[in-house]
Write a protein that binds this ligand. Structure first.
Ligand code: SF4
Length: 469
């Protein structure tokens, strides 16, 4: 066996793609290692969405030169969005890199690595092929104990937001056939996975171009997969949020009540320059519809601060939107120029110091709402899918120092609970079980509770109730 080390930078798409890279190389005798020094092949799966992610990728690639000097047989590959964007230039910039490949070349990776290994060639494959190329599922997936996995349902994007590189590096939107998606989910479930997150840049337009059925129809089919406990998805574009999808939150049993709906800015001027194709009022109207369909829905979002031309008044409108929605959580980033994206040419660039200051203000402003959403759950009973042990022991009170299990609520909030409790069945807790937890404490980024029932076996009935509801 050869050892494969993958460094994944960026979003969930890349996490999924790294699993696909591993799967593509399994038939060539590669198995994944967590030890960089043991690797025969190192792949950096890069992200081009922000300049920081790109710098991180090149800095890691640079460090590999030393490793290759010590081990001349080591092969170095660069994949992902930066590879797609830069292609041959990476070979010139980093002479120790053997292989550069874009996201669409993953199904061809076995052959590409063989050419490098056996023929000693330096290879670039950034071809933007049409359609969704499938990997053979026969090589299965590495069972690393994860009970929640990503499943890609589409690639690329047709929206052309002015700050974004995705349409240029991941190509036009292409949907995957629903039968292949279901086949992959069934395989994951057979291996112990209980939650899947369906991935696409804009899941609302799933299947429309290819006439494969709508995203809501796909959700209904995934809902019927036996043994699967939960469905999530990301990402949904506010302009395309359909009534069907909103209804799905009320109808599809396994669909978790959480939506990540990136708004980016609360100012119409900025939204227009970003080419987001909705207004602040449109966004708020959709939030209202979602909450009417599913009153307990958790809503999270993305923001970009310091977009070219963003004024103080624009930024204050963003803070106002945060207040108006009361998000459960947000991700916020400072705008950075991406050379292939149109906004790189826009006038009115915002100074870095001001961007930093706005980012801090936005995060401080949001913290109040994140904590409010968490505190609102105190006293409630939540179904928690156990994912593993918490990285940190209990913080305070009667559970200080205790080893804790960690999992997520349907609304995607992290819940920790002590390993040793008096709840019947809690001695047999393991990742993949659903536990009923009474929430007793709320922190900004997690909750703490006591188990009240433990599922007897995955997919089985609720076990004993040891605390009165
Ligand atoms: S919707 Fe906009 S931000 Fe999202 S991937 Fe497409 S172009 Fe990028």
């Amino acid at each position: 066996m050869h050892q494969l080390y993958i460094n994944t930078i960026g979003c969930q798409m890349n996490v999924y793609d790294s699993d696909q890279i591993e799967r593509a190389l399994t038939p060539s005798g590669y198995s994944r290692t967590d030890q960089l020094e043991d690797a025969d092949l190192v792949i950096v799966n890069t992200c081009a969405i922000r300049s920081k992610a790109e710098q991180k990728a090149f800095s890691f690639v640079g460090r590999l030169a030393k490793l290759k000097r010590r081990n001349p047989d080591l092969l170095v590959g660069v994949g992902g969005c930066v590879a797609q964007q830069e292609g041959e230039k990476i070979l010139a910039r980093a002479p120790h890199v053997d292989l550069v490949f874009g996201p669409k070349a993953i199904p061809r990776l076995g052959r590409l690595v063989e050419r490098v290994r056996l023929q000693g060639l330096r290879v670039v494959d950034t071809e933007d092929t049409d359609g969704f190329e499938e990997l053979d599922l026969a090589s299965g997936f590495r069972d690393d104990g994860q009970v929640a996995r990503f499943v890609t349902i589409m690639q690329g994007c047709d929206n052309f937001c002015t700050y974004c590189v995705v349409p240029y590096v991941r190509g036009r939107e292409t949907s995957r056939h629903p039968d292949r998606i279901l086949e992959e989910i069934r395989m994951l479930v057979a291996g112990g996975v209980r939650e899947v997150t369906l991935l696409g840049q804009n899941v609302n337009s799933y299947g429309l171009k290819e006439d494969l059925g709508s995203f809501a129809e796909l959700l209904a089919r995934v809902d019927r997969v036996e043994g699967l406990a939960r469905i999530r998805f990301t990402t949904s574009h506010p302009k395309d949020l359909s009534d069907d999808l909103i209804d799905a939150f009320a109808r599809v049993c396994k669909l978790c009540p959480h939506i990540h709906l990136p708004v980016q800015s609360g100012a119409d001027r900025v939204l227009k320059r970003m080419n987001r194709q909705y207004t602040r009022a449109d966004y708020l109207e959709r939030i209202g519809r979602l909450r009417r369909a599913r009153p307990d829905i958790a809503i999270t979002s993305d923001f970009i601060v310091g977009f070219p031309g963003e004024t103080e008044a624009d930024f204050e409108q963003t803070l106002g939107l945060i207040e108006a929605v009361g998000f459960d959580g947000v991700f916020a980033f400072m705008y950075s120029d991406r050379s292939v994206a149109p906004a790189a040419q826009f006038k009115g660039k915002v100074e870095d110091a001001l961007k930093k200051e706005r980012l801090q203000r936005l995060l401080r402003h949001q913290e109040v709402f994140t904590l409010r959403a968490s505190k609102g759950l105190i006293g409630s009973f939540q179904d928690v899918l156990v994912e593993g042990f918490s990285a940190r022991p209990g913080l305070a009170g009667d559970h200080a120092g205790a080893r804790q299990w960690s999992g997520r609520t349907p609304g995607n909030k992290i819940v920790n609970f002590d390993q040793d409790t008096d709840c019947a069945g809690s001695q047999n807790v393991h990742p993949g079980l659903l536990i009923g937890v009474r929430i007793e404490k709320a922190f900004t980024h997690s909750l703490w509770g006591r188990p009240v029932w433990v599922e007897e076996k995955p997919g089985g009935s609720k076990g004993d109730t040891c605390h009165a509801a």
